[in-house]
Design a protein around this ligand. Structure first.
Ligand code: NAD
Ligand code: IPM
Ligand code: MG
Length: 415
């Protein structure tokens, strides 16, 4: 049995433990143990070393990754962790240098590493490129190349940020939703796709939403296991009133549900779900959905938490390294201006430690430091409220404050 198998066995054992969390009272950071996919062994020695592939990408990507790297380094060093960072090209940066959005070398280095931390890709400069040469294509190739089919996007409201949301305090307070997005299938990858001419001689563009039984079964399994460890409620979001691919999805989810009688399963059409997320988000615990609905609903859910700059993600597969990235994009409108909120990437680094490396203590140091920084009133513009005692800072300074919190939490013995 390889190192990875040992790791999986351990985590599956954990997942079989019945829910320990009272509904909506414990944050995802402490309560959600999804599958672990790192090839690294569980931490056992006092000095551990990991290879991390850093993919800063485009726009604000390099700004937020730089902050996250420093935080990862400090929190890790306090737990006896060393890193070998390998910075590689992806997206527009790779197109400009290597002529492709995902150079072979980037993928092979990523595959060989223990975990991958990505900033963001894309930008106006490459928007008119043909599909093959779009930055976004590089990201899709990376996700597919790493077979990270389960994308965990936690929308957790920090109590300090209830006023940052455009929604009313009573609606957002205590929201703790885990969106489990299928990441390597569906309309993003389905065939046939392309351009052509229809029977009326009109030019058309088309894509295909397609899911195999294996693809639905494995994402449903991850979602049921996560729901089991959270509030015990799983809502599968689809469009089964119209789409065959969704009807099939629902059938397979219902089949999988038989293995998880302790999880309360519900189904919701995506149009209703997008409305319910705003009307009464606290009704949701764990959501499982396809690639495109998950993309859209997670951006929507981010605004419950105050800003898209707050939402991290972990993309995991059954083997190999996990991919950790904020859910936001390269934000070309604020790139290069030191305005980006680095929290989503910093919290993605915490997910990397927890779910990619099994380094829970170092992960907790980061989570606590972000909370502490918010407690001390520091805010980037996207989460800043005027007429308060909050201190408006840029990306770099927020990063420095997070670093201070990592350090002071140690001095205070808070971890
Ligand atoms: N995973 C990724 O790399 C990813 C995700 C989404 C979009 N994109 C790409 O990013 C580019 C821009 O796309 P978009 O504008 O639709 O989405 P976006 O997420 O980049 O930006 C949407 C809005 O949110 C703001 N924003 C995003 N992240 C922020 C942060 N950390 N702090 C403060 N504000 C933030 C932006 O300023 C912008 O106003 C496109 O090329 C798109 O394809 C990449
Ligand atoms: C850039 C794009 C390919 C990507 C997606 O659609 O998955 C982005 O929107 C995301 O949410 O990570
Ligand atoms: Mg998106």
């Amino acid at each position: 049995m390889g190192r990875y198998n040992l790791r999986m066995a351990a985590s599956l054992q954990l997942l079989n433990v019945k829910a320990v969390k009272p509904f909506h009272t414990v944050s995802w950071r402490r309560s959600t143990p999804p599958l672990r996919c790192s090839v690294a062994p569980p931490p056992s020695t006092s000095h551990r070393s990991y290879t991390i592939t850093l993919l800063p990408g485009d726009g604000i990507g390099p700004e937020v990754v730089s902050v996250a790297k420093d935080v990862l380094t400090l929190a890790g060093s306090l737990e006896g962790i060393k890193y070998d960072f390998k910075e590689m090209l992806i997206g527009g940066a790779a197109l400009d240098t290597a002529g492709v959005p995902l150079p072979d070398e980037t993928l092979s280095v990523a595959k060989e590493s223990d975990a991958v931390l990505l900033g963001a890709i894309g930008g106006y400069k490459w928007d008119q490129n043909e599909k093959r040469l779009k930055p976004e294509t590089g990201l899709l190739q990376l996700r597919q190349g790493l077979t990270v089919f389960a994308n965990l996007r936690p929308a957790t409201v920090f109590p300090q940020l209830v006023d940052a949301s455009p929604l009313k305090k009573e609606i957002v307070e205590g929201v703790d939703i885990m969106v489990v997005r299928e990441l390597t299938g569906g309309i993003y990858f389905g065939f046939p796709r392309g351009y052509g001419v229809n029977q009326h001689g009109e030019r058309i563009g088309y894509n295909t939403e397609v899911y195999s039984a294996l693809e639905v079964d494995r994402i449903a399994e991850v979602a049921f296991k996560i729901a089991q460890k959270r509030g015990g409620k799983l809502c599968s979001v689809d469009k089964a009133n119209v789409l065959e691919a969704s009807m099939f999805w629902r059938k397979r989810v219902l089949e999988k549900a038989k293995e998880y009688p302790d999880v309360e399963l519900s189904h919701m059409y995506v149009d209703n779900a997008s409305m319910q997320l705003i009307r009464y988000p606290k009704q949701f615990d764990t959501i499982v959905t396809n690639n495109i609905f998950g993309d859209i609903l997670s951006d929507e859910a981010s605004m419950i938490t105050g800003s898209i700059g707050m939402l991290p993600s972990a993309s995991l597969g059954n083997s190999g390294p996990g991919l950790f990235e904020p859910i936001h994009g390269s934000a070309p409108d604020i790139a290069g201006q030191d305005k980006a909120n680095p929290c989503a990437t910093v919290l993605s680094a915490a997910m990397l430690l927890r779910y990619g490396l099994g380094e829970d203590k170092a992960a907790e140091r980061i989570d606590k430091a972000v909370e502490d920084t918010l407690n001390r009133g520091f805010r980037t513009a996207d989460i800043y409220s005027t007429g308060t005692n909050q201190k408006l800072v840029g990306c770099k300074q927020l990063g420095e404050e997070i670093l201070k919190s990592v350090e002071s939490n140690v001095l205070a013995g808070a971890v």
